[in-house]
Design a protein around this ligand. Structure first.
Ligand SMILES: O=C(O)C1=C[C@@H](OP(=O)(O)O)[C@@H](O)[C@H](O)C1
Ligand SMILES: C=C(OP(=O)(O)O)C(=O)O
Length: 430
């Protein structure tokens, strides 16, 4: 376990950062490249631990993948080119890897086992194994398929129409990926629109997918063709610097190449509602995934309510939005976010407990939290609890703290942002 003494009591953030590639898009680029025919070149791939787990799983399935930092080349031989792995597929800490891979493996003619770390072993899997079972998949896991390790025995699949009981892009994507190998059409109906990177990527690889309101449809038996993917920066990583600049007096920073897919920009809506001072310059070049630069300065903030359809558009940013709310005048309420309980940690409890240690006025509710601002933060010993987003949020909080802050399990940040501390401290002024 790494213990890190964080920078505290600083006056401003200045300068610019190009945030690393988007995690969700990097995973999918490797997966689609592996299922397609021909070469796929991935530019600005995120070399974080989660995406490296996806690469290592597909290498075990016989795919040639060359990775040099953020440049990746995948030599795909089509779905039928994927081979039975000799050993268990290890997904590390990555929920996206294990859930999407179940969709892919369900329709392939061999047996394989997926396993991850102790956090993965606690995350719910029935949400994926149940609909895949309806398609004809055979997946065995602990507690009747609820938990990893999970053993998938490939079968012939049938298309289904399935209404998602939870708003989850991972579940939607697992079903769509299985649908590409199934007989007939597969339709997924979402309760609320979630991130649509899978749908965009099917098209980029030459496949067909249709959206009708909240319903997404694919046909089985499609041939995918290798392509060039330029991964935009991850708005979920940019979020830490957006919040840092908004709450540390005197700050003025520019974030370059931030992904601006509308299914991911909920944090922008929250910053706007709180009165933050920022300008977005979208890039004009045509691209499957929109991106742009964001300049943001410190300003006075006011509390807001974060709820409903907004939640899936900022689900991973809620820990740092909670910190933002501690520096906004008045009350902020976050609700409809019960999904936070089944992430890398129970993110309602970890956010509330760790921010309380620093002096925040924050309470957990059944489906979110209530934060009273504006509260000055003090200091103490806190822990990431193995959760990358908690570790990064606490490192931003420390900048405002008067006393020393020590962060336990700081190594967790490498799951999605290996260069986080270098980038953050390049912006922080004394
Ligand atoms: O599809 C994806 O890439 C992701 C979907 C979200 O999870 P859920 O589908 O469980 O909401 C998100 O929290 C996760 O970080 C990445
Ligand atoms: C929830 C997350 O990822 P995953 O579900 O892929 O583990 C995250 O990155 O915050």
């Amino acid at each position: 376990m790494s213990v890190k003494t964080l920078l505290t009591n600083r006056t401003s953030l200045e300068g610019q950062v190009k945030v690393p590639g988007d995690k969700s898009i990097s995973h999918r680029a490797v997966m689609f490249g592996s299922m397609a025919n021909g070469i796929t070149r991935i530019e600005n791939f995120l070399p974080g631990e989660d995406c490296l787990s996806t690469i290592s799983c597909f290498r075990q399935l016989g795919v040639e993948i060359v990775q040099n930092g953020s440049d990746v080349t995948v030599t795909g031989k089509g779905m039928d080119g994927l081979r039975q792995p000799e050993e268990t597929l290890y997904v590390g800490n990555s929920g996206t890897t294990i859930r999407l891979m179940m969709g892919i493996l369900s329709g392939l003619p061999f047996k394989s086992t997926l396993e991850g770390d102790e956090s993965i072993a606690r995350r719910p899997m029935t949400r994926v194994t149940f609909p895949l079972g309806k398609m004809g998949a055979s997946i065995m896991g602990k507690n009747n398929g609820e938990f990893a390790p999970l053993t998938v025995e490939g079968r012939k699949l049938n298309g289904i129409t399935y209404e998602l009981p939870v708003a989850s892009a991972q579940v939607k994507s697992a079903i769509l990926l299985a649908g590409l190998k199934a007989e007939g059409e597969t339709i997924v109906v979402e309760p609320v629109k979630t991130r649509d990177h899978t749908e965009r990527m099917i098209k980029q690889f030459g496949g067909e997918v249709e959206r009708n309101g909240n319903a997404v449809k694919v046909f089985g038996g499609q041939m995918l063709k290798g392509t060039h993917i330029n991964v935009p920066g991850d708005i979920s990583s940019a979020a830490f610097f957006l919040v840092a600049a908004a709450i540390v007096p005197g700050s003025d920073i520019i974030l370059r190449n931030v992904g601006l897919n509308p299914t991911r920009t909920g944090i922008i809506d929250v910053l706007r509602a709180m009165g933050a001072d920022f300008v977005i310059e979208p890039y004009k070049v045509e691209s499957a995934e929109p991106a742009g630069d964001i300049r943001i300065k410190y300003s006075k903030l006011k509390g807001t309510t974060v709820e409903g359809d907004l939640i899936p558009r900022l689900i991973d940013e809620i820990p740092v939005i909670a910190l933002l709310a501690t520096q906004a005048e008045g009350k902020t309420v976050i609700k409809d976010a019960g999904e936070l309980k089944v992430k890398e940690t129970n993110r309602i409890d970890t956010v509330v407990n760790e921010l309380k240690k620093l002096g925040a006025n924050i309470e957990a509710t059944d489906d979110g939290m209530i934060i009273q601002g504006k509260q000055s933060l003090d200091g103490g010993t806190v822990s990431a609890h193995g959760d990358h987003r908690i570790g990064m949020m606490l490192s931003i909080a420390a900048i405002l703290c008067k006393r020393d802050v020590v962060l336990e399990q700081s190594e967790a940040v490498a799951v999605s942002y290996p260069g986080f501390f270098d980038d953050l401290y390049s912006l922080v002024r004394t």
